[in-house]
Design a protein around this ligand. Structure first.
Ligand SMILES: [Zn+2]
Length: 437
């Protein structure tokens, strides 16, 4: 994609800058993929050497960051619902994956996921799945910014034979994308129950050497925590801390069943939490104490998890779910107000992924990762409070424009990088294949 320069004139801008500014009569000038300036619209309209994108009746905001997902699992959407995590994984998801996951599965599933995410405002996706090399290719084709945390697990899968094999393949992937503009690679040990201690230790050593991100499912359920105590005499978070696997580069996904000491441990190590409210609700996994974590100064980002346990990859939906669930969890309607939910899906996600110097807010010098939502949708009317409308009233269909590093990937709700008809054809053929079990 060629680099383009343009200026956008929205009706409002949610900046998510350090002052949480909402700007009116302001335009964003993009050059070489970066935000060059925010100018009064009258001044910006007078610029002669640059394309003008008129988006009155639109709110412009930072692109959303889906900090945890398994994109290719969109092919398993709806195939196994309404059961507990252990039964869901052991009886349904893992056997299906054993039978069907290969490069084509990952390519086709990731493509559906990328399209769905773009249509609902995601500009950065974190992904953890087999064949991350294929997922990386699809994300690049889609024009999304991506973090791939390659899977590390004790069992043999189509992608790897053993822990050593996963590490070798993952390190090679890291070499391929070293210093890449849009793709970063990190370590994805599945969990403390699916990765034995020597392999977790090796992961910690390599990740520290490379200063690479680590993303792990942690404290997803109270059962996971209790069985860890029975098995190794330690809570999962304590094992990670002891092994040197808990640092400002660590993204702990889920984090339910937390005591005050667990929260202190996360804070003391500067680790990040990725909250997946809809997946936690659907699998009845538990409640992440988001307000408590934020009050303690812990960075909390937002993830959809895979489509088999959500079943959407819609970051706007996820913000809404997070804001509502925080109120139930804490017993306070004041918990996680709209502006905090938006921060979780933008700047907090960027901090968790270690890319907040590049994206997560609309500020001069950052990449032009931006989305524009129509404010003429019925659910956005009459428009008293844009933050409230974005969090509590959207469905995802309001997202009409999207840019990543200045490249336009959604234009008036039409995908610019992916072929919707081809995606529909491939999905239909997988529906037939997977129906055989
Ligand atoms: Zn997950």
């Amino acid at each position: 994609m060629e680099t383009v320069n343009f200026v956008v004139h929205p009706s409002e801008i949610i900046t998510v800058n350090s002052h949480s500014e909402i700007l009116r009569d302001t335009s964003v000038v993009v050059r070489d993929g970066k935000i060059e300036s925010l100018l009064p619209t009258t001044e910006a309209r007078a610029l002669r050497d640059i394309a003008q994108v008129d988006l009155s009746d639109h709110v412009l905001m930072p692109g959303l960051i889906n900090a945890h997902g398994h994109a290719a699992m969109t092919l398993l959407r709806g195939i196994a619902d309404d059961m507990a995590l252990s039964q869901w994984l052991n009886d349904k998801i893992w056997p299906l994956e054993n039978k069907w996951v290969d490069q084509v599965f990952v390519m086709d599933g990731t493509e559906i996921a990328a399209a769905e995410m773009i249509m609902s405002g995601v500009t950065t996706a974190s992904d953890q799945y087999f064949f991350p090399d294929i997922a990386a290719q699809v994300f690049q084709q889609a024009g999304l910014r991506a973090q791939l945390t390659f899977p590390i697990i004790d069992v043999e899968t189509a992608w790897g034979r053993s822990g050593a094999d996963y590490l070798e393949k993952g390190l090679a992937l890291g070499d391929t994308y070293r210093d890449h503009d849009l793709v970063t690679v990190g370590f994805g040990p599945h969990s403390n129950y699916a990765v034995d201690e020597p392999l977790l230790e090796r992961t910690a050593t390599l990740a520290a050497e490379l200063d690479a991100p680590v993303q792990i499912h942690l404290h997803e359920t109270a059962h996971e925590v209790l069985s860890s105590v029975e098995r190794i005499g330690e809570r999962p978070i304590d094992q990670l801390a002891r092994l040197g696997l808990l640092s400002p580069k660590t993204q702990c996904v889920h984090m339910t069943a937390l005591g005050n000491q667990d929260i202190d441990t996360i804070a003391d190590h500067g680790a990040h939490v990725v909250h997946c409210p809809k997946s936690n609700m659907k699998l009845a996994s538990g409640l992440c104490p988001v307000s408590k974590l934020l009050d303690r100064g812990i960075n909390v980002a937002l993830g959809t998890d895979g489509a088999a346990s959500n079943n959407r990859l819609n970051a706007l939906n996820e913000m809404q779910a997070a804001a509502l669930l925080a109120k139930i969890e804490s017993g306070s309607p004041e918990a996680l107000p709209a502006h905090k939910a938006i921060e979780m899906a933008t700047i907090n996600g960027a901090k968790a992924l270690g890319i907040d110097h590049i994206t997560g807010s609309l500020e001069v010098g950052k990449a032009a990762d931006m989305i524009a939502l129509s404010t003429r949708e019925l659910a956005m009317l009459p428009g008293h409070n844009i933050l409230s409308d974005v969090v509590y009233a959207t469905s995802g269909n309001e997202v009409r424009w999207s840019w990543v590093a200045g490249h336009n990937i959604l234009r008036d709700r039409r995908l610019q990088t992916l072929d919707t008809e081809a995606i529909l054809r491939k999905a239909a053929s997988w529906r037939v294949k997977l129906a055989t079990g």
